[in-house]
Write a protein that binds this ligand. Structure first.
Ligand SMILES: C[S@@+](CC[C@H](N)C(=O)[O-])C[C@H]1O[C@@H](n2cnc3c(N)ncnc32)[C@H](O)[C@@H]1O
Length: 230
């Protein structure tokens, strides 16, 4: 797509990424550019930033960075699905754009993966951290552990933009809550929902603070958090 190497289309539905939300290429690019603009506005993303796109899938956000900025200092996409990273590496990687596969376990996306959690980022190296629809598929042990890793990875003044399902007056953590949201949740970690107080306890325990909270306006009714180090 970017570098004019082979542009093999990803077979629809073969890989688990964003469900049916991206109806065509234009919608896909529009959401990506919109998110890059929000990263600029909410998290201070600039051409000089190092951006970590954690759970990048096939690199949707990289397309938005390219459209909006041309490039930034460092876009780094990380995912646990080897085929998606292989595709992104062949089609989207180039100067200032790189992708890493990590063989880490997630019951939905990589159940045979290793238990050792990593963000594949050096401590203090990330100006802007982005995790769209990643905590929406995460168990209640991985979540606080990854929030801790985010706090370690952020550079001074850095911000993290993450989405997840949070509601008031629900169980602390629930998998595939019946009757909740627009979909009929199926299979491990299709939808993981947190009580707001519980997710924010994890945030506080990681020594992060909430900079911005917007309830229910993201994909399938997820909420947006912008987090910073305390
Ligand atoms: C619903 S998709 C979202 C993809 C992308 N963020 C987007 O918005 O287009 C969730 C992605 O998170 C990835 N993922 C889940 N757990 C992960 C982990 N521990 N480390 C890195 N990626 C992970 C999955 O492989 C999947 O590609």
């Amino acid at each position: 797509m970017f570098n004019r190497r082979s542009t093999t289309p990803l077979p629809p539905g073969k890989y688990r990424m964003g469900g049916t939300h991206f109806k065509n290429d234009q919608a896909f690019i529009k959401t990506a550019v919109g998110d890059v603009q929000r990263l600029e506005e909410y998290c201070g993303l600039t051409r000089e930033s190092a951006l970590l796109d954690w759970g990048c899938g096939a690199g949707r956000l990289a397309v938005g960075v390219r459209e909006h900025f041309g490039h930034i200092r460092d876009y780094h996409g990380v995912d646990i699905q080897a085929e998606l990273i292989e595709w992104a590496d062949q089609n989207l990687a180039g100067p200032h754009f790189r992708f890493s596969y990590v063989n880490v376990s997630n019951e939905r996306y990589n159940p045979e993966g290793l238990p050792d959690r990593t963000l594949a980022a050096a401590p203090g190296s990330v100006d802007v951290f982005y995790a769209y629809s990643v905590f929406s598929h995460m168990n209640d042990e991985d979540t606080p552990a990854y929030l801790q890793l985010i706090a370690e990875a952020l550079a001074p003044g850095g911000r993290a933009f993450v989405t997840c399902f949070v509601e008031e007056d629900v169980a602390p953590w629930e998998e595939n809550p019946e009757g909740y949201g627009p979909l009929d949740w199926k299979g491990r970690l299709h939808c993981t929902r947190f009580a707001r107080w519980h997710f924010e306890d994890h945030v506080n325990a990681a020594r992060l603070a909430v900079d911005r909270f917007e309830h229910g306006r993201e994909t399938d009714g997820q909420s947006l958090y912008v987090l910073r180090c305390r």
